[in-house]
Ligand binder design. Sequence first.
Ligand code: AR6
Length: 172
Amino acid sequence: MKITLVRGDITKETVDAIVNAANAGLMGGGGVDGAIHRAAGPALAEECRKIREKQGGCRTGEAVMTGAGKLKAKYVIHTPGPVWKGGGAREPELLANCYCNSLRLAEQHDCRSIAFPSISTGVYGYPIEKAVKVVFDTVLAHAATTLAEVRFVMFSEPDYKVYCDEQRRRQK
Ligand code: AR6
């Protein structure tokens, strides 16, 4: 499984599945969630509404899948990350669950490629220098079946640099 780091807008990625840093109500919102919903169109909110009706949303660290509306991807995987509360509220475990459950769901649907944003490190306040370690630990430990590529898409240059530095450290 190849790991690729990209600086840019995740809604423009050509991959089988795009991961959304959602909220537990699957209500849409700002940040990457807002960008994905805007680019996908109203079909995405409608599918989220159906999931909400059926199972009341999605708990922190869990993941649900919808189609991708107008996006080039086949699927959007919605996963609510933990809100950072100082590190003593199981944040690392919950963040790891987001990545793990998203990878699993993608493979259950035969995806060959997946793109992740930096979950929880925006509005939810998880420090990116801490998050990136959890992300690499989790993704590198994943025994891939169908997935050939995992892309991490960073919106800002400083975030992209944090990921590049971590990848370099792991390659040493
Ligand atoms: N492509 C890639 N990354 C992006 C994009 C984009 N188009 N736009 C923003 N980011 P956030 P969270 C980055 O706040 O912390 C929402 O309202 C952004 O720079 O989107 O998990 C949800 O509904 C940051 O690095 O997600 C929830 O209520 C990263 O995406 C809540 O925010 C994540 O920031 C979730 O907060």
